[in-house]
Design a protein around this ligand. Structure first.
Ligand SMILES: *Cc1c(COP(=O)(O)O)cnc(C)c1O
Length: 373
């Protein structure tokens, strides 16, 4: 039977592979003990309580279409961050904003530069547009900004940098970013994805808004999926010059951020207490992870985010599966080019301890009877 052909480049798209949902693991393995998920960098403290009460209230208005411009939410962002209203945009998660950028800026044959192994969504977005994805290898597990500059050609339209980089957790420093952005030609849009910004207190960390204020052609992306605990209802936001925002607004799906989410996001942005608690739990968990990884003699990267990259002397799929049988879901990152590593989200203290105990047991078994030998 003949099937309608899709656009040829759609053949090249590898669909995004999210972390396994708890429900799926329970179903597949028929597990009884409570399953914990440390796979998708979700907030172990749950949603901001302020957001929850706003959600409940907004539900009653569900029969009305949302306000399409997201006026109050963008107004809130503009006041909070002291940027013009016209410089703000919100999306159905920040992945929505990444797709809008690809749709608005990439013609077939144009180039998007990113780090090999960075967050994969821009790669998918660019491939859908039939643009060329130029992947610069990381240098010592960090973005290699000088080589990204070298990769710029006349076809380069977008450079995507996630800072910290997911799934590695390392950052580019303020000094490195200063040197970089000053050398990017004006015709290239720099997308700086700061999904984990709320977790970071280091003075070394460059703040995207400083560069927006210096008039660079930069699009700053933020999300409420991580520190605000709203991954499940999908909302992200961005800042850029009004002309850049206007282009993104043209390709946006109408009503991309629903009424309930708009209300929840406004409340969550004000919930500084929830953010502080989340940061504290995260910092404490990180220390615990490092200590145990050291004891177990595992290579790991110091993370600026809410997850840690840890490497094994063999295929991490084995560790992943063994942990899963013990009711702990982590994340393999083969498709990012790291076949021996896991990315583990930092949880609450009891979850972290359960994961570390399970890991020690799993490694004990794998090390006494190594796979294939
Ligand atoms: C988690 C994450 C996001 C968040 O995406 P949402 O669509 O806002 O949930 C964006 N960028 C990076 C690098 C991330 O790790």
């Amino acid at each position: 039977m003949f099937l309608p052909p899709a656009r040829p480049n759609i053949e090249r798209v590898t669909p995004y592979k999210p972390g396994k949902p708890i429900e799926e693991v329970v179903r597949e393995l028929k597990l009884k003990s409570p399953v914990i998920k440390l796979a998708s960098n979700e907030n172990p403290l749950g949603p901001s309580p302020k957001a929850l009460s706003a959600l409940r209230k907004a539900l009653l208005q569900s029969h009305y279409y949302p306000e399409d411009t997201c006026y109050y939410l963008r107004k809130k962002l503009s006041e909070m961050y002291e940027v013009d209203y016209d410089s703000t945009i919100v999306g159905n998660g920040s992945v929505d904003l990444i797709y809008m950028t690809c749709t608005a800026y990439l013609d077939p044959g144009d180039e998007l530069i990113m780090t090999r192994g960075a967050f994969i969504i821009p790669k998918i977005g660019a491939t859908i547009m039939n643009a060329r994805v130029v992947e610069v290898p990381p240098n010592n597990y960090r973005h290699d900004l000088p080589h990204m500059l070298d990769a710029i050609t006349l076809r380069t339209k977008v450079i995507y940098i996630d800072n910290p980089i997911n799934p590695l957790g390392t950052i580019v420093t303020r000094k490195e970013f200063n040197d970089f952005i000053a050398r990017v030609p004006d015709r290239v849009l720099v997308v700086l994805d700061e999904a984990y910004a709320e977790y970071i207190t280091s003075r070394e960390y460059p703040r995207g808004l400083d560069y927006y204020n210096q008039n660079y052609n930069i699009l700053i992306l933020r999300t409420l999926s991580k520190a605000h605990g709203l991954a499940g209802i999908r909302v992200g936001y961005g800042f850029a010059k009004p002309q850049i925002i206007a282009n993104l607004m043209k390709v946006r799906l109408p009503f991309n951020v629903n009424r309930i989410v708009q209300a929840a996001a406004i409340a969550a942005l004000s919930d500084t207490r929830h953010i502080q608690r989340s940061r504290k739990v995260n910092d404490a968990g990180k220390v615990l992870f490092y200590k145990e990884f050291k004891r177990l003699n595992l290579f790991y990267l110091e993370s600026f985010a809410n997850f840690v990259f840890v490497n094994f002397p063999f295929d991490s799929q084995l560790v992943f599966e063994a942990l899963q049988r013990k009711g702990v879901i982590t994340r393999t990152i083969k498709e990012y080019g790291f076949p021996n590593a896991l990315r583990v989200t930092i949880g609450k203290e009891n979850e972290n301890r359960r994961f570390l105990k399970a890991l020690a047991e799993v490694l004990e078994v794998l090390r006494t009877s190594p796979p294939g030998g």
